[in-house]
Design a protein. Structure first.
Length: 526
């Protein structure tokens, strides 16, 4: 459509030049109709030419066309600009013309410009637009040759140049487009980096909140555990005091069973009231959770404590209902005897001890590096997997830990590969750049090291692991057995009860603290 409009304007300009000559009246131009032209359309065109506004506009355009200072987007170059270019191109640095021919042409152009002669312009064979009468360049240089720019020769055409650009340069539309594309790419990269920075800030804020929450919960659990132990100590002192009273009563009367009640009614009722408070203490689920950690340190003590409490409770109920209670030391001996009988009855058949090989222990990384142990667990009934990872330094101290559930029907191999990938990402998030990555999946280890081709089910996960390895300053992979990866396995199992991930930074989870302390090979710590 643009080309059709250009041809239409050029045709009308040519008709005006050939049919509307200088000095002709309006009727003479109407009678000078071209062949094969509609008479009504010709009359309308002539009427348009002789309109006062059109005539005034035509004179203004002719006067300004020769002094145009901007390069048009299409069509021939401004001739006044070509004069300026010729004066620049054909002079030495000292201002003298390069040749006698150039000096003559510049002299003639300058004379025409100074004289301001008004000559009838000639048509442009290149674009079909009439030149202005005061076109000094066209008068001196002659008609433009096809495919060349007068005074310049072969080179960039006027339509390929930008506006307000007098001197030619090497910038092409293709180079300009490439520069614009590069600017767009850089803007996209800046936007991506900005989003990544915002996401990192959100992650850091979430980790800080998790650390604060974990610290608050730990303080509350410690307070509850202390409260429970204080209550236990108080009841033990009461039991010991009552046993001493019973012993003195046995010595005085010689009959420990006939010397009245070891616990009178008033004391019994008081003990029953205290028992309610003690029951409230035992009903605290958090206290029992911390009691598990206490039982790991003192095995069997919790069972004895519960058995003795049951015996005390039973004797107090007997006294409360009007029965005859037993002395405290008899209650203690009976309760512990019942527990021993229960344990002996439930023990399996005796088996000869077999010398076991040396246990597999956790080996610390070199000084200045951190070891990332990862493991996964499959929960088929819930259609999800659990990912666990522990990061420790060369002294065996826990730097960070993570337990994260992941929804999806992953298999045993896929969850191990996913756990290794998540462990690398977690280490990068907390700022570790020198890492030793260890897992208990031999097939995943061989695939990462290049010892064997990875399975098709973990091919994309392996690509992600190798891509993340480039972000570490130093990174190596090791394989261990399950016995050397117990804390990470426990964290993976812990994810079964979680809805979202739980992270510990600069602290060790209470339920894996004992496992972390036991699997360290002390001889290997520097």
């Amino acid at each position: 459509m643009q080309l059709l409009g250009h041809l239409r304007r050029a045709h009308r300009t040519l008709l005006k030049k050939e049919r509307c000559l200088a000095g002709m009246s309006k009727q003479e131009v109407v009678d000078n109709i071209p062949n094969n032209c509609d008479e009504e359309q010709w009359k309308k065109l002539v009427e348009y030419w002789f309109t006062e506004g059109v005539k005034t506009k035509a004179l203004q355009n002719k006067a300004s066309r020769g002094f145009q200072k901007e390069i048009p987007r299409t069509g021939p170059r401004s001739l006044a600009q070509l004069v300026a270019i010729l004066f620049i191109y054909y002079r030495h640095k000292d201002g003298t013309p390069v040749t006698d021919k150039a000096a003559e042409n510049m002299r003639r152009m300058q004379e025409l410009l100074n004289a301001g002669t008004q000559l009838i312009g000639e048509s442009s064979h290149g674009g079909g637009i009439l030149w202005a009468p005061d076109d000094a360049y066209a008068q001196v240089m002659g008609k433009e040759r096809h495919g060349r720019v007068r005074g310049v020769g072969f080179g960039p055409t006027p339509s390929g140049r930008k506006a307000k650009d007098v001197l030619p340069d090497s910038t092409t539309p293709r180079q300009s487009y490439a520069s614009d594309q590069r600017v767009v790419e850089l803007e996209d990269q800046i936007a991506t980096l900005t989003r990544a920075r915002a996401e990192d800030a959100n992650k850091i804020e979430a980790l800080v909140q998790l650390v604060t929450l974990e610290r608050t919960q730990r303080i509350e659990r410690d307070a509850q555990f202390k409260k429970m132990m204080d209550s236990v100590s108080q009841h033990v002192r009461e039991l010991r005091s009552q046993s001493e009273k019973d012993a003195h009563a046995d010595v005085d009367d010689g009959d420990e069973l006939d010397d009245g009640d070891a616990l009178d009614d008033d004391d019994a009722h008081a003990d029953v009231d205290d028992g309610d408070a003690f029951g409230d203490t035992l009903d605290d689920q958090d206290a029992f959770d911390d009691g598990d950690a206490f039982n790991d340190v003192h095995p069997g003590l919790a069972e004895r404590f519960v058995s003795v409490c049951w015996g005390i409770w039973k004797e107090r109920n007997v006294v409360r209902t009007g029965g005859r209670g037993k002395p405290g030391r008899v209650t203690l001996k009976t309760s512990l005897g019942l527990m021993d009988e229960f344990q002996m009855a439930n023990e399996g058949p005796w088996k000869p001890a077999i010398a076991s090989p040396d246990p597999i222990r956790w080996v610390p990384p070199p000084p200045g590096q951190y070891k990332v142990n990862s493991d996964g667990a499959v929960f088929a009934n819930q259609r999800k997997v659990g990912l666990g990872m522990v990061i420790r330094d060369s002294n065996g101290n826990v730097i960070a830990a993570l337990s994260s559930p992941m929804v999806g029907p992953l298999g045993a191999l896929e969850k191990e590969a996913k756990a290794l990938e998540a462990g690398m990402r977690f280490a990068l998030d907390i700022g570790i750049r020198d890492a030793v990555l260890e897992c208990d999946a031999l097939e995943v280890f061989n695939a990462v090291q290049g010892f064997a081709a990875p399975s098709s089910s973990i091919l994309f996960i392996m690509d992600g692991i190798l891509q993340q390895a480039r972000w570490f300053k130093s990174c190596c992979f090791f394989h261990t057995k399950r016995q050397g990866n117990v804390p990470a396995h426990m964290l993976a199992q812990y994810a079964k009860s979680l809805v979202s991930y739980v992270a510990w930074v600069e602290s060790c989870p209470s339920h894996v603290e004992r496992a972390c302390a036991q699997d360290i090979d002390v001889a290997t710590i520097p």
